[in-house]
Design a protein around this ligand. Structure first.
Ligand code: EPU
Length: 313
């Protein structure tokens, strides 16, 4: 994402025509693409322009185009930690959905994976090759690019724990590879990927008996199914705080079941807001504020959203 605003002289139609002329036919370019269906929460407006570059060279074209024309862009992963406002996203939404970005290649104890690879597929490929240490990825409903960007975690593991090296493209379209030890990461963040696009990573597995990996996968699945809701959601809405896990706090405040329009605080886990099928982004945002206000008033705790909130009202 860039903070740059679109140049006022270029309309979406102009942008589409110019960019379309640069891209190969194998790349996808659409105007007014609905995005709600591309997020797990299922709310939000459309993308002004939506692009699926066919490969890295095409992605470089798109990034250079945005750079040269001062057009803002947003990288859409699997949309599992994302809240798009009802007015949609201006500028260009890029999705690395093409097969060129979703490879998973096993080489000894390492897996070289593209940013578009699903975390579940990575965990299952590792299992097939008797490589452990990546079981926790199975339950995160995203792709590798998003998980790298937010250093996603579950079941006491987090993404960068397993990363050996990172490939990324800067906003001028140049690709780089960097050892993970040289990449700064924190709880739920990889600052480098706030101004670069993740292309993929080499993940390090640990040889382990297949039955042991299967048992760990089953344990992760079981814990998730019993402690997290199945309805559409964006995963955990808030980051955990030093004082308490956000879900526990919401629970203690008696906010489970609280509703704004079609958005409801899950009765199963307090840090999930679920969409009953009729929610708008505005409902979810209003419910987030209800929770933040209550946490502040009752416990003096400032809850910070974990979910990424983007787009126009
Ligand atoms: N708890 C309650 N009530 C609730 C929810 C939780 O009392 O309604 C208590 C639990 O009993 C537990 C503690 O709070 O003692 C923590 O809950 P949990 O074990 O469910 O973990 P969490 O900290 O809420 C984190 C991640 C999840 C990840 C799970 C499982 C964050 C913000 N969340 O949740 O990640 O799936 O661990 O490993 O760090 C996400 O990132 O979107 C996400 C869902």
């Amino acid at each position: 994402m860039t903070a740059l605003a679109p140049a006022p002289v270029m309309t979406a139609a102009d942008l589409a025509a110019e960019l379309g002329a640069l891209l190969a036919p194998a790349s996808v370019l659409r105007r007014n693409e609905p995005l709600a269906k591309r997020t797990t929460l299922r709310v939000g407006g459309p993308a002004e322009l939506y692009v699926e570059p066919a490969d890295e060279a095409e992605l470089a074209q798109v990034l250079r185009f945005c750079h040269e024309h001062d057009v803002s862009f947003f990288l859409l992963g699997r949309g599992s930690n994302l809240l798009i406002r009802d007015g949609g996203i201006r500028g260009i939404v890029i999705h690395l959905g093409a097969p060129a970005f979703s490879h998973i290649e096993v080489d000894g104890e390492q897996l070289r994976c593209g940013a578009g690879a699903k975390l579940k597929d990575i965990a299952l490929t590792a299992k097939r090759h008797s490589l452990g240490g990546l079981e926790f990825l199975e339950g995160i409903p995203g792709n590798l690019g998003g998980a790298l960007r937010m250093n996603a975690g579950a079941m006491n593991g987090w993404t960068f724990e397993a990363v050996e090296s990172l490939r990324f493209m800067d906003y001028t379209g140049v690709a780089h590879e960097r050892a993970a030890r040289d990449v700064e990461t924190t709880y739920r963040s990889c600052p480098l990927l706030k101004s670069a696009v993740a292309l993929g990573a080499v993940l390090q597995g640990r040889p382990a008996p297949r039955e042991q990996i299967e048992a760990k996968l089953a344990e992760c699945q079981q814990r998730r199914w019993t402690s997290q809701p199945k309805e559409p959601s964006a995963g955990c809405i808030f980051k955990n705080t030093k004082a308490a896990p956000a879900g526990k706090l919401v629970d203690e405040l008696g906010l489970k079941g609280t509703r704004v329009g079609g958005a409801v605080v899950s009765g199963i886990h307090g840090n999930f807001i679920i969409n009953d099928g009729t929610a708008t982004a505005r409902d979810v945002l209003a419910l987030i504020e209800v929770i933040r206000t209550a946490a502040r008033a009752a416990r003096g705790i400032e809850l910070e959203t974990e979910v990424e909130i983007v787009g126009e009202d």
